[in-house]
Design a protein around this ligand. Structure first.
Ligand code: AGP
Length: 620
């Protein structure tokens, strides 16, 4: 949540800061600001209560120059989205300027202490407290009348962060040192980009693309002391450490719209390719199984697994629900699905032969990270199913599987979801083949998996029809999404997509649950979306559909064959191609993604940046 950028070098900082903030805007977009500094000048700050485009416009009127600068795009936690609350924040009469990601839990007590010392606050944020605290520590480090030195700034940073409880990614400028930038991390990611006579900082790698390919991921409790020609990394407990300079992965390439109107639409259309990427190199036809390089478990350990916990948040939690059906059905291993936000505070009795998978697109979700840490602390092998290479969860888990879906920018997850399901299907096959699943069954599953990219491509052909259906229902205030077995999570995901981007109230349920309460919502103004492909529960879902029709509710049905029964009952029917039931959630999600997209467009909503949301949720 929130995006940070920093630049120090010989060029003007502003162009990098602005382009970086544009690329980070998916992390938060309610206000934005930058600060710059040049030799013998004061720090200049421009902030807007609005988006980066508005910051850009403000800077057209009031250009800011200087080879040192920091920037921030915010997702409000403490205090509303106002100009005063926007970052960067000044500390100690502008001796210090900083941008902060994360949450400072003890900010109130620190604030009263600083107010007592005469510091004046202009914002309601926890971040301004850090700015004043660093300024106070700087004053203490400098002592009376001493010549200011860089080491004073480093000492001040270390003293200040030692007093913080909570999470932070910080970039800090000091008025007296126009050739110094300090970055510090605890629980909120920061990457330093290494250039020639210039260095960059960002809260993920996207701003660095095109500027440098050499990067250092800061670890928790590290600070980077950054000069135009040199970077020193210090660890709270180990002192100076050698920075591990890595190469920026090709997957982090610049994500542009490539002619699409929105990232969400582009990402929906990328799914044949992203699914192909998830499958690539992971199918072992000879042994009728899947293969994964990074689980870091021996075959014996894998065979010994007695229980699997799948955890995640939001869409990734829906993937976990599908994973539950997949692993139980194909591998016969008991599975538990937990919201990461609950798992982190629970104390489930877990035995040693349990592995825990954290499912996450961003690899930065605070709750998922904390849940995995807690499970790891208790001695369990933790694995990540993750998209973003080098993300915190990817680094901290004991092993894992990358999705290789490419950057997902739209806040509403689409291609990451279907890639997660593809990976989970392969995982279930893999576990199954280590146990009872026959060679023939494995071969059949592989054939279905290999068909997926082309089946999804074909499914996208429903877009025009979905657009027409969207026009009929765009004014509805409530929607129900109903499906059973593998398609129960599909229904949950369909409902989430609609509420996220169109702000329509939508509920997903197992279709049979409806009669235990939600059926009371059915009336002529409440459309129900039924996922009713062929399979073991087809007849059952059909009965539930009839129950809704009997009460006058409009029905949109998703079917996978010419279905006269459904066609007779439903108001609108969307056809998807046939595929075995365990892969239906992938295929059936496509029309649901398109339906939300089209309805959101008709309602004039900002599809890629829906209100109140952010792409990576790095606060609890
Ligand atoms: C999905 O459309 C949502 N924006 C959200 O629920 C998301 O899936 C959730 O925050 C988890 O994110 P992660 O996969 O990056 O961990």
């Amino acid at each position: 949540m929130c995006g940070i950028v920093g630049y120090i070098g010989s060029k003007d900082a502003c162009p990098f800061l602005l382009s970086g903030l544009q690329r980070l805007e998916y992390r938060g977009y309610d206000s934005a600001g930058i600060a710059t500094l040049r030799q013998s000048d004061n720090i200049r700050v421009t902030k807007v209560a609005g988006r980066v485009a508005e910051l850009d416009a403000a800077l057209q009127h009031k250009p800011m120059a200087g080879p040192l600068g920091i920037g921030h795009t915010r997702w409000a936690t403490h205090g509303a989205a106002t100009q005063d609350n926007a970052h960067p924040h000044l500390g100690g009469s502008a001796a210090v300027t900083l941008a902060h990601n994360g949450v400072i839990e003890n900010y109130e007590s620190l604030k009263s202490e600083l107010v007592g010392k005469g510091y004046q606050f202009v914002s309601q944020t926890d971040s301004e407290v850090v700015a004043h605290l660093v300024a106070e520590c700087l004053k203490e480090a400098q002592g009376d009348g001493a010549e200011p030195e860089v080491q004073h700034c480093v000492d001040a940073m270390q003293a200040a962060i030692a007093r913080l409880r909570g999470t932070y990614g910080l970039v800090v400028m000091f008025r007296e040192f126009p050739d110094l930038l300090i970055a510090a991390r605890c629980g909120s990611p920061l990457v330093v980009g290494v250039g020639k006579q210039e260095q960059f900082v960002a809260s993920d790698t996207s701003p660095l693309v095109g500027f440098t390919e050499r990067i250092i991921y800061l670890a928790d409790h590290q600070i980077a002391v950054i000069r135009p020609d040199n970077i020193q990394v210090l660890h709270r407990d180990h002192g100076r450490v050698r920075p591990d300079i890595q190469t920026l992965s090709s997957q982090s390439q610049d994500a542009s719209l490539e002619g699409y109107e929105h990232y969400m639409l582009k990402e929906i259309y990328e799914q044949p390719q992203s699914i192909q990427n998830a499958l690539r190199g992971r199918i072992d036809r000879d042994n009728a199984t899947a293969k994964f390089g990074g689980l870091n478990l021996t075959t014996q350990q894998l065979r010994g697994i007695q229980r699997v916990i799948l955890t995640g948040c939001g869409t990734s939690w829906h993937s976990a629900l599908v994973g539950d059906y997949l692993i139980e059905e194909l591998a016969r291993i008991p599975v538990e699905v937990e919201y990461a936000s609950e798992l982190r505070y629970r104390n489930p009795p877990v035995d040693h032969d349990t592995v825990v998978f954290g499912i996450t697109q961003s690899g930065e979700t605070a709750d998922t990270l904390a849940a995995l840490r807690e499970m790891k602390r208790k001695g369990h092998h933790t694995l990540a199913i993750c998209n973003v290479i080098g993300s915190s969860i990817a680094q901290e888990a004991d092993g894992g599987i990358y999705l290789h879906a490419g950057p997902e920018i739209g806040v509403a997850s689409t291609k990451a979801f279907t890639s997660q399901l593809t990976v989970l299907s392969m995982l279930a096959l893999y576990f199954g083949r280590l146990r009872h699943l026959s060679f023939e069954a494995g071969q059949r599953i592989i054939t279905q998996l290999e068909l997926l990219p082309q089946v999804v491509e074909q499914t996208l052909g429903c877009h025009k029809q979905v657009r027409e259906i969207a026009a009929k229902y765009a004014d509805a205030s409530n929607f129900l999404y109903l499906g059973r077995k593998f398609n129960f999570p599909t229904a949950l995901e369909g409902a989430l997509k609609l509420k996220e981007i169109s702000y329509i109230h939508a509920e997903g349920y197992p279709a049979a649950e409806m009669k235990h309460g939600p059926i009371a919502l059915v009336d002529e103004n409440t459309p129900s979306v039924f996922i009713v492909p062929q399979g073991t529960v087809y007849e059952k879902v059909l009965s539930n559909l009839q129950e809704v029709k009997a009460r006058g509710g409009p029905v949109i049905a998703i079917v996978d064959h010419e279905d006269p029964q459904v066609t007779k009952l439903a108001d609108d029917v969307i056809h998807i191609p046939e595929i075995e039931d365990f892969l239906q959630p992938i295929v059936a999600s496509i029309p649901l993604q398109l339906l939300s997209y089209e309805i959101a467009l008709l309602r004039g909503c900002d599809v890629d940046k829906p209100r109140n949301l952010a792409k990576s949720v790095t606060v609890e």
